[in-house]
Ligand binder design. Structure first.
Ligand SMILES: [Zn+2]
Ligand SMILES: [Zn+2]
Length: 238
């Protein structure tokens, strides 16, 4: 067995999920990418909008979700690891993020008992083009890790409107997703964990949470792999 393992490793060495450097078996990241992980500290962040308390957005917006959290900021080695996953469907990247996201759920939402876990859908066109929904895979794995039943095809996305990343103004982003998502089933009284890859303004998560609430959900909490936040302009006490 050892010989086969040795041969396999020679042909398919284990690589860093962020930079691609060859690393030891069982590791996800090389030392320097590991050190550069932009981990979020929830003693300093608001666990409703997810960003540092000093910039908390909760008073400026109506958020339908009860909270949102992520293991990392959308930055450095976590950012490249997530982008590699989205565009190459690397299973080890998915494994890394779902493990870290599950830990964050246990840490930030430890008092909530979730009845089901679901994900932000793609448009049918995008799904066909990419061949997979990165958030669906993460939701499925996090559900397994945390023992939360996985609800497939609960939310749907209409086509139309601009892609969110084409819109720079946060207010416009919230407007752009209005009516874009719908929920196909009643989820009366359920506490739902909603999964997506990245939270930017939170507009998409907010609209999905709203649809779940309209369909009877008791509460919706969001977990993403990354949260976008400009740490460079906010150097003092992140
Ligand atoms: Zn690396
Ligand atoms: Zn907040």
């Amino acid at each position: 067995m050892q010989i086969f393992k040795g041969l396999f490793n020679a042909f398919y060495p284990n690589t860093c999920i962020s930079c691609g450097e060859i690393i030891e078996d069982g590791e996800f990241l090389c030392d320097s990418c590991y050190e550069m992980l932009p981990e979020i500290d929830y003693t300093k962040n608001c666990n409703r909008c997810g960003i540092p308390k000093k910039d908390c957005e909760c008073k400026n917006r109506v958020f339908y979700f009860g909270g949102t959290a992520a293991p990392f900021y959308n930055d450095a080695s976590a950012k490249s690891g997530m982008y590699k996953y989205k565009f190459s469907r690397n299973t080890r990247n998915a494994e890394f993020f779902s493990q870290r996201m599950a830990l964050t759920v246990n840490n930030v939402f430890k008092d909530i008992k979730f009845d089901l876990i679901t994900y932000v859908p793609l448009t049918a066109k995008k799904y066909l083009f990419r061949g997979f929904n990165q958030s669906r895979i993460l939701a499925n794995q996090i559900g397994d890790l945390l023992n939360i039943p996985f609800a497939d095809k609960l939310l749907y996305r209409n086509k139309g409107n601009l892609n969110q990343h084409e819109i720079k103004n946060p207010k416009e982003r919230f407007k752009n997703v209005e009516g874009l998502y719908y929920c196909k089933h009643k989820v009366t009284g359920k506490n739902i964990l909603l999964v997506d890859d990245i939270k930017t303004t939170g507009a998409t998560l907010n609209e999905c949470a709203k649809q779940l609430l309209i369909n009877g959900a008791n509460n919706v909490y969001c977990i993403t792999g990354l949260i976008s936040y400009n740490r460079k302009d906010n150097k003092d006490g992140n």
